[in-house]
Structures are given as C-alpha cells and as structure tokens.
Design a binder for this molecule. Structure first.
Ligand code: ME8
Length: 511
C-alpha cells in the first residue's frame, strides 16, 4: 500500500522555530513507522515562497523577493536533516516545475467553470495572507491570530466559486468522519462550512510575486492556492524522470497546525473537487506549542517568531541531540491538543525518561550480559508472560498510529519500557548470578530482557531513530521491520558494550 504524508510548507519570511520542527517531527514519525510496516512511503515538506508576506518582508529588508527566498529557504531545508527528518523531497514553491503545474491545474478549474471575475472588497491580514470574513474581523477589525490591524482591501480578483461546494463538503464530512482529525477539529470545520461559504479570491492583482495566471497576465494566483497545490505538484517532479502522482496520490495524511485548518479542510478539498482530483484521506490538525513569555505569571502564548517567545530547535539539537527534542515534543504535548513547552520540562523528561527509564534499561541489560555471560546472549526461551506483554506493543502502536495518535503510541511503548525495568527488579539477576543452581533462570532472564529491549527499541525507532540505531548496532540486530519485532524472533549472539544513550549534556556556561 502507498502512504503519502505531508507537513505544511513554511513561510520563508522568518526563521524556523520549534513550531515548524514540531509538524516535521510528527509527520516523520508516521513516515518512519509506515516504512517499518513495509508500506511504500512518500514524505514531503518544503517552503511557501510566494505572496504578500514574503514580498513585504523582502521590501522591509531592501531585497528582491527572489533574494529573500533564496537566502531564507535553506534555513528550513537545513532544519530537516538536523532533526533527522526522513523527507523524500523538499519542495520550494518558487520551483519552476511547481509553478507550471499550478498553472495547469488552476487553468482546468477555470475551464471547468468554477472561476469568475469580480472585485474583492473586505478585510485582509497581510501576515496571514488571509481574507477575513466580517465575523472573523469582529468589531475591532483585528486579526484574530496576530491581533494586528486588518487592512481594508479593494482589488480586481478572479474568484473561486467556493460557495458552490458547500453541500459537497458537508457530504464529504458525513461520509468520512475521519477526514478531519481529531474530532474537535472536525467539528470546527463542519461549523465553518455550515455557517455558509463565501466565494474566495483565487488571484491577486496588486503585486506580482507569485505564479502568473495563464489567462490574465495582470494577475498572480492567491498564495494559498499556489501553496496548497504543492502537495500535488511535488509528486510530478520530485523524482527526476519519473512522475510519482499515480503511485502516491492521494495523500493519507496532511499534518497541519490549527491555524491553517480552514485552508486545508474547506478551501483545499473544494479546490480538488473543482479540479476533478481525488481527495486526501485525512487532515490531522495538531495544536500549538505554547510558551510563557517571561516570569512565572507570564501569559501563555503561541510560540511564534513575531511573539519572540521561541525555543530555538537548532540550539536544543546542539545541546541535547535531535532525538531528545523529537521525543520531548511528542511526549510532553498531547498530539492534537495545545500544550506548554519549556526548557525546564525538557530537562526533566530528558533525565527521568530518556536517560533513566530507557537509557539505563539498555545500559544495565547489556552490562549484565557482559558481566554474567561474557557478552553473549544466552540461547534461552524468554519468559512467556513478559514476551506476550512486550510483543503486543507492535499491534498497539500500529493501531494508534493509524489514527495518528503519536502521544498515545509513545505512551504504549513507555509502559513496556517500565515493564522491563520492573522485570529487572523482580527477577534480580544479580541474586541469580550468585547461585550456580539458578544458571538457567539467569539465562532466561537475560534472554527475556535483551529480546524485550530489542522489540521496544524497534517500535521506538520513529521517535528517536539515531539512538535506536546505535542500540540495535550494539545488539548486532539492525533490522527495523516490525514483522520481525518479537521477543523470541531470531537469536541474538554476541553483543557489544554501549556508551550511555543519553549522557548528561555538556552545556556551555550561561554568560
Ligand atoms: O501557514 N505550535 O506557514 P507558517 C505548533 N505557509 N505548530 C506551529 C507553531 C506552534 N507554535 N507555529 C507554527 C503557513 N507551527 C503556510 C502554510 S501549507 C500549504 C501553507 C507550524 O510558516 C504548524 O504546522 O506560518 C502551522 O500550521 C505551521 O507551522 C504554519 O507555518
């Protein structure tokens, strides 16, 4: 089966922060897990480079938009390998192949009769690149997201007949209750549609930084339609000489933040219907990472560059490694909800869960095999009760990740990590080791622990891939397929010694 997963493509008018990293990590966990299940996976991320926010940022810096995007896009592109993200392609919407495909699809929408010429008059947020309804603008005419003044715009536009898709969209939500996940976001999308859809601008004519409209050279496409189409256009040129569209379209999951729900759950499916293209299977809408701005009583705010309260993912990776960051993001904030993040909580979880629960389990299990059995895993049958409990994690995690429950899946794994630690305490191998008559028991305990550790490590790979690869390397069992992830599967032989998986970080003293 094919599995296509995407992140939003990020505006290049600011530097990447942990919020951007968060969506990438989440999508990466899904992609890596599906590869372990043997699925044919394609994973896309990239940058959104057109439109007014970019044009305005370039103007402020005295650059051309092209200079600005060429300077900033690599900052996002570099974030992916730093976080150990396994994306198959990185799209930039200024790619000529993307632009040509956008023209092709939107010309079809035009030919299909879903576009008309008119004048837009209403409220607009240049920061969101979003036209706001009267209800959204409210009486104060402030952007509900940025709390900055909205601009009254009047311009010649071509419109997309979104209103004509209201019934089709409601039918889609009726027939596919998991089209938008989680449920409270589904309800939000439904309420938005039921409140009545207005036609939306498809083109802009007051600036030129965008994809030219093929039937009217005075217009460029509205950046949101250009951007949304990245999910479709990328497949046509990601692999030189091969069009991957038939193999991967439609996507299984669009992973997005709640700020862009309307675009992905209303505009996007309507646009695909208008173009006659199959719809994505799920849009998963995650919450915001929030941070206090300063001090204990400080307000909890969405982390964003403009608010200035950002955790810098590059710095965290530098100090603690990518795996620790990946783990923290998925563990501390329930995926789908908003959640507070802080360096203090990060340090607590690093020490208590990564270093102590998991790191120590690996270290002491391997150390005991060396101390008591000279580094060779005894060829004993594992404890059946323990093995059953550990092995069930594979089905649990698969089932939870089918619903993109990334936090639930991590919790299911952690229950097994803790189970293995309890098993060490219950069985007290150091006591068995003192009694030659109990050598077979010690063999069984060590085989159970190493076998269990391997299973847990394999299912944990999508969250902390580099660490797991190091551990499995020490066990001389690099295989990652879930099919072979059973306590009893295969025999482990000689194993290597292992340096601590999560050592105390060497931090530069704070100036
Ligand atoms: O909206 N917490 O780009 P963008 C969690 N280009 N996630 C966050 C976050 C936070 N505090 N801040 C940002 C755009 N994100 C458009 C998207 S898609 C066709 C076009 C993540 O750079 C989250 O995924 O503003 C959010 O939806 C996205 O970054 C917005 O990125």
């Amino acid at each position: 089966m094919s599995f296509y997963v995407t992140t939003p493509i990020y505006y290049v008018n600011a530097a990447p922060h942990l919020g951007h990293a968060y969506s990438m990590i989440a999508a990466d966990v899904l992609a890596r897990h599906m590869r372990q299940r043997g699925e044919d996976v394609f994973f896309l991320t990239g940058t959104d480079e057109h439109g007014e926010p970019v044009a305005l940022a370039a103007e402020r810096e005295g650059l051309t938009p092209r200079e600005l995007v060429d300077r900033n896009a690599p900052r996002f592109k570099d974030l992916a390998p730093k976080l150990n993200i396994s994306n198959d392609f990185f799209i930039r919407t200024s790619d000529p192949e993307h632009m040509a495909k956008v023209q092709e699809v939107l010309a079809r929408v035009h030919e299909n009769g879903h576009v008309y010429e008119g004048v837009y008059e209403g409220w607009y947020c240049p920061r969101c690149a979003d036209f706001k309804t009267e209800a959204e603008a409210g009486e104060d005419h402030l952007c509900p997201i940025h709390r900055t003044a909205l601009v009254r715009e009047k311009e010649d536009n071509y419109f997309f007949r979104l209103s004509a898709f209201q019934d089709d969209l409601l039918e889609l939500l009726d027939e596919q209750p998991d089209f938008v996940m989680p449920k409270h976001r589904y309800n939000e999308a439904r309420t938005f549609i039921e409140s009545g859809l207005q036609d939306v601008s498809l083109t802009r004519s007051t600036f030129t930084w965008g994809v030219p409209v093929p039937w009217d050279p005075d217009h460029v496409f509205y950046v949101w339609f250009d951007a949304l189409l990245n999910y479709y256009t990328a497949l046509s040129y990601a692999k030189p000489g091969e069009d991957l569209t038939d193999r991967f379209w439609p996507p299984q999951f669009h992973v997005i933040g709640k700020d862009i729900l309307k675009f992905h759950t209303v505009f996007w499916p309507a646009m695909l219907m208008a173009a006659g293209l199959p719809l994505p299977r799920h849009v998963f809408v995650h919450g915001f990472l929030l941070m206090r701005d300063s001090g204990e009583d400080a307000e909890l705010l969405k982390m964003s560059k403009s608010m200035g309260n950002v955790l810098d993912p590059f710095q965290i990776v530098e100090d603690f490694g990518a795996d620790a960051l990946r783990y923290y993001c998925m563990r501390d904030v329930s995926f789908g909800q908003d959640g507070e993040v802080s360096t203090a909580r990060f340090a607590v979880l690093y020490e208590s869960e990564l270093a102590n629960d998991f790191g120590n389990l690996a270290s002491r299990t391997i150390a005991m095999v060396h101390r008591y059995r000279g580094g060779t895993v005894p060829p004993a049958e594992p404890d059946p009760d323990l093995a059953a409990e550990i092995d069930a994690v594979v089905a649990d995690v698969s089932e939870l990740l089918d619903r993109a429950d990334l936090t639930g899946a991590l919790d299911a794994i952690w229950q097994r990590v803790r189970r293995l630690n309890r098993y060490v305490e219950e069985q007290a191998p150091w006591v068995l080791a003192r009694d030659d008559a109990r050598a077979a028991d010690l063999d069984r305990v060590l085989a159970s622990l190493i076998g269990g550790l391997r299973v847990v490590a394999v299912v944990l790979h999508p969250w902390i891939p580099a660490t797991v690869e190091r551990l499995l390397g020490a066990l001389d069992a690099p295989e990652l397929a879930l099919e072979g992830a059973r306590t009893q599967a295969g025999r482990l032989g000689r194993i290597a010694k292992l340096e601590p998986l999560f050592p105390k970080p060497q931090l530069d003293p704070v100036a």
